[in-house]
Design a binder for this molecule. Structure first.
Ligand SMILES: [Zn+2]
Length: 254
């Protein structure tokens, strides 16, 4: 392979462009791709953005013209996504599958805690109002780590294996992963889902410590330690994408 071709194989991503449709500005991420023969558009639902794939040598001007021509499509597809729900006072977010209303409490002790008021569940946040979003985010990550560590420990004990580490992060592309070195990694957003969904993901990744594949043997192992596999998978198919709208501020430059 000529050096030139090697150099062009993995070009850095070209920055986003902006287009205007119906008096609203939309950001379009550009991805140059060696195999791309033409310009194509898709919507990344979890990141709520339009992505334009273009040939390596395509021009920015052509990319912009293409995105502008399909501005109506971009606007319609983004508009159809469920509304973003920021971590702000008054908003309702799920915690372990149960809706909780975020309430700001003006007091200095404590940070974030849950309360039940009548038949409503509250997620109470202390401190200054501008810090509510960060405190809710930190709280959810902490709770996610705790539940995922406990579930992983339980399934590890059942299978007689050990995980080297359990980490929680914000990954848009998958709910969990298992490295060959025995590191388990999960999306913190699983704490928003019903507990049987989080349990299933923990069982799934722990089972990879035994079977690093998705063979029938792997699935028999998961089903042996986790009774809710089909129910959890169905839930994720129906509601998984929706979990990505929490904690997001909808950016519209209209
Ligand atoms: Zn897997």
């Amino acid at each position: 392979m000529p050096l030139r071709a090697l150099l062009y194989r993995r070009p850095p991503d070209t920055p986003a462009i902006e287009i205007c449709f119906d008096q609203t500005i939309y950001q379009v991420q550009l991805r140059r791709h060696a195999q791309a023969r033409r310009y194509t558009l898709r919507i990344h639902a979890a990141r709520r953005e339009a992505v334009l794939t273009m040939p390596l040598r395509g021009s920015l001007r052509d990319a912009k013209a293409f995105a502008e021509k399909h501005g109506g499509w971009i606007a319609a597809r983004l508009g159809r996504l469920p509304k973003a729900t920021p971590f702000a006072a008054g908003e309702v977010i799920p915690l372990r599958g149960e809706p909780h209303r975020i309430v700001h409490r003006r007091r200095t002790r404590g940070t974030v805690w849950t309360e039940i008021e009548g038949d409503e569940r509250l997620l109470c946040v202390a401190g200054e109002l501008p810090h509510v979003a960060r405190r809710v985010g930190d709280f959810l990550r902490r709770e996610a780590r705790r539940d995922l560590e406990a579930a992983s420990r339980k399934y590890c004990a059942e299978l007689g294996v050990t995980a080297r580490r359990v980490t929680v992060r914000d990954q848009a592309s998958r709910w969990g992963s298992c490295s060959t070195g025995g590191m388990l990694s999960f999306s913190w957003r699983l704490i928003l889902a019903p507990p049987y969904v989080l349990d299933y993901l923990a069982a799934h990744e722990v089972a990879h410590l035994v079977e690093m594949n998705h063979s029938p043997r792997f699935w028999r192992l998961v089903e042996r330690i986790c009774p809710d596999v089909q129910r959890a998978k169905a839930w994720l198919d129906a509601h998984g994408t929706d979990l990505h709208r929490y904690g997001m501020i909808f950016q519209s430059a209209a």
